[in-house]
Design a binder for this molecule. Structure first.
Ligand code: PLP
Length: 375
């Protein structure tokens, strides 16, 4: 097998989707499976759809093209506001998009008319996280504008919290969105059928509340892919946290002093060198993977191993008492940032399977991921 590689267990992704769909359905909330962290993998999308996702969402048109080319014929939602330069592709390849700008709505309208089709639009509302969103007092006006544009169908409202500023999607925020839905319906005279309340950070609220209001959709990426919720990065009960495993190969294993020697300047990435390294000796291994491929801070090493440092192409690990040798593979768990970086590295092979290639090792409940070691 080639290394480094990202092993993707599609059964785990289906299980996680199915579990979340089953918990949210009684509350009247559908799940849009977000594939952007998997770069629009058609296999991952299919696994989400098998688990009951009502559609797929992605932030980038390149990923949408990959979904379509790979046979994804489900509803596809563009979850980042369309670039003006891409509206024609948006109208052709997606069913609906999340929007905040009148000029983009105009361009989508023209593109839809040009293609003799209809494009569904959802307006995103700014509720305090200060990323994308229409100010609350401008939502009704923009909704009326959108509803009047030929080729467009205003189908709903949405919001996105806990991304730029970590603002929690709580009952107050969701009640505010529900209130806006009713106001917009009053102004445009149509019922809105898509009220997409947020991302994986909304799960705490959605699973605990006794009043979901008008929220009928959540856009779930991290919780499906990694089994964690993003507010506190805790594993979600009943979900698998082992859908992704990053496997790297060891190219050096030696016992070395823990402390470097010689006069010291900056390290390769400009950090001041660590000064608090233990004295004595370390059983140290180098894995052939680096900052070009992964965010080392987001790696979860197997029990008994510690990631010590990383440069562009080398990951230095304290392997402790593990009996490893050159050529062995070491499997790491990943947080969201490390997953995204590994996914986008051309040096990391992606290996999707319906059963894992590395043997499962039980892990403590508190760890975000399950690591494993093997040949
Ligand atoms: C990335 C993203 C999501 C999915 O977020 P997760 O935390 O991975 O569930 C949902 N909506 C928007 C607008 C996003 O950009």
């Amino acid at each position: 097998m080639t290394a480094p590689r990202l092993d993707v267990d599609l059964v785990a992704i289906t299980h996680n989707t199915r579990t979340l769909v089953a918990r949210l359905a009684p509350r009247g909330i559908r799940v849009t499976g977000i594939s952007k962290a998997a770069l629009g993998s058609p296999g991952v999308a299919a696994a989400m759809l098998r688990g009951g996702a009502s559609g797929i969402g992605d932030a980038r048109m390149e990923n949408v093209a990959r979904l379509r080319a790979g046979g994804t014929d489900a509803t596809v939602m563009l979850i980042r506001s369309p670039m003006l330069s891409q509206v024609d592709d948006v109208v052709r390849d997606t069913d609906l998009s999340l929007n905040t700008e009148a000029s983009v709505l105009d361009a989508l309208s023209a593109a839809a008319v040009g293609r003799r089709t209809t494009h569904d639009v959802v307006l995103m509302v700014e509720l305090g996280d200060l990323r994308e969103g229409v100010p609350v007092d401008e939502v009704v006006d923009l909704a009326v504008t959108a509803a009047r544009r030929p080729g467009l169908r205003l189908v709903g409202l949405g919001t996105n919290l806990a991304c730029r500023s970590g603002v929690v999607p709580d009952q107050t925020k969701m009640d505010e969105l529900t209130g806006l839905v009713e106001k917009v319906e009053g102004a445009v005279g149509d019922r809105l059928t898509v009220v997409t309340g947020g991302n994986s950070a909304n799960l705490d609220w959605a699973l605990a509340t006794s009043d979901v209001g008008r929220i009928d959709d959540l856009r779930l990426g991290e919780s499906i892919l990694l089994g964690t919720e993003p507010l506190h990065r805790r594993p979600i009960d009943g979900l698998r946290t082992d859908a992704f495993t990053l496997v790297a190969e060891l190219i050096e294993v030696k016992t070395k002093p823990a402390q470097p020697w010689g006069a010291r300047g900056q390290t390769a990435f400009g950090h001041e060198p660590e000064r608090d390294v233990r004295p004595g000796l370390v059983r140290q291994a180098i894995a052939a993977i680096g900052r070009q491929d992964v965010d080392p801070d987001g790696l979860v090493a197997p029990p008994g191993m510690v990631v010590l440092a990383a440069s562009s192409d080398h990951l230095v690990i304290d392997v402790g008492d593990h009996d490893v040798t050159v050529g062995d593979e070491v499997a790491f768990g990943l947080g969201y940032g490390a997953l995204v970086r590994a996914m986008t590295s051309p040096f990391v092979t992606k290996q999707e399977s319906v059963s894992r290639t590395t043997p499962p090792i039980p892990r403590p409940r508190s760890a975000p991921r399950r690591p494993a070691v093997g040949r």
